[in-house]
Design a binder for this molecule. Structure first.
Ligand code: NAD
Length: 326
């Protein structure tokens, strides 16, 4: 085998996307004890340049391919002596899922089952599924309710339906076959390396060019924002110390309506609110998400550490300087 016995080797899928690339770069910059094999299909959402910081690292390996390709996944796991899988790979944009749900079923559901089958066959030590708070559906505006791990699964979009189907399979592979699985469900992430089809990079890049800023419906839909680095730390703690079969909600208690958030970004950037343009609402638009992360805080010893004002300012600066992503 390629590696010494005491090193753990993790198959990270979807590592060329927004969260996966931040995860790999942060982890490899912090430890020498982990090898990462990144399996990514390089869809429109994946970009190898997101990993440029670790291209030269002997602990980083890239394989181009799809998670639905079970033979490929199996041979990668055998060749690299993989101990565990962290599955970031997904079709992740709700608007695209409303246009066509097929790629979401292929990657998010069939792809996850393919990974689970390999993990089961090779008796891998851990399978962590990166999931989303969107599987819980929507909360009322102006209520204090938050999603806990016990909340009912009520997905409203084709994206969240595919993610919750995948979560169901992960749960069932633990219950039925005893596979050591963990599910994390996080709220909306922001930070560098996210494609500008998502709200914050869309607003920053368009405002930077003085272009109109589309806002769905009345702009009052609420999202609970967390910096990607805080999410990645939670995933790593859950992978190392989480209890098999458990689910952990990850969030930073940071609710903003879309319109409040856009006005905040414009004020930081010194741009006019006249750029705001209300457009027709997204079909089936969830009204409010809010995460209760008490369990992760108690059981994993995790806490969000990045102040929203600071994180948002550094994120805005990153998009103002970044040209390569777009
Ligand atoms: P992203 O769209 O930025 O990246 C997805 C990555 O997966 C891309 O690199 C893409 O090439 C790759 N990919 C897609 N289909 C693939 C396939 N069939 N095989 C192999 N690779 C494939 O997504 P993201 O925002 O980084 O999200 C990562 C994960 O985190 C997803 O599972 C998503 O559901 C979850 N999540 C995201 C957020 C968020 O705010 N972005 C919040 C909670 C959970």
């Amino acid at each position: 085998m390629f590696y010494s016995e005491n090193r753990s080797t993790i198959l990270v899928t979807g590592g060329c996307g927004f969260i996966g690339s931040n995860f790999i770069v942060k982890l490899l910059c912090q430890t020498n004890d982990v090898n990462i094999v990144n399996l990514d299909a390089l869809t429109y959402a994946g970009n190898e340049i997101n990993l440029h910081e670790v291209w030269e690292s002997p602990n980083y390996h890239f394989v181009h391919g799809r998670i639905e390709d079970t033979d490929l996944v199996k041979s990668v796991c055998i060749d690299f002596n993989v101990d565990g899988i962290i599955n970031f790979a997904a079709e992740s944009h709700v608007d695209r899922s409303i246009e066509d749900s097929k790629p979401f079923i292929d990657t998010n559901v069939i792809g996850t089952i393919s990974l689970l089958n390999v993990a089961k066959e090779l008796k891998l030590k851990k399978f962590l599924q990166v999931s989303t708070d969107e599987v819980y559906g929507s909360l009322e505006l102006n209520s204090n309710e938050k999603f806990t791990e016990e909340s009912q699964i009520s997905p409203n979009s084709p994206y969240s339906s595919a993610k919750s189907a995948a979560d169901g399979f992960v749960r069932s592979y633990h219950h039925t076959y005893g596979l050591p699985t963990i599910i994390t469900r996080c709220s909306n992430n922001y930070g560098p390396k996210q494609l500008p089809e998502k709200l914050i990079p869309l607003i920053v890049t368009r405002a930077n060019n003085d272009e109109s800023l589309p806002v769905y419906g009345d702009g009052l839909n609420v999202r609970d924002w967390i910096h990607v680095d805080d999410h990645c730390r939670a995933i790593w703690l859950a992978y190392q110390n989480g209890k098999n079969g458990e689910t952990y909600n990850i969030g930073a208690d940071n609710e903003w309506s879309n319109i409040q958030l856009i006005k905040k970004i414009l004020s930081i950037m010194g741009k006019s609110e006249d750029l705001i343009t209300y457009v027709g609402d997204r079909l089936g638009h969830d009204r409010r998400y809010a995460i209760d992360s008490t369990k992760a805080q108690k059981e994993l010893g995790w806490r969000p550490t990045i102040n929203f004002e600071d994180g948002l300012k550094s994120t805005i600066d990153w998009y103002k300087k970044a040209v390569y992503v777009f």
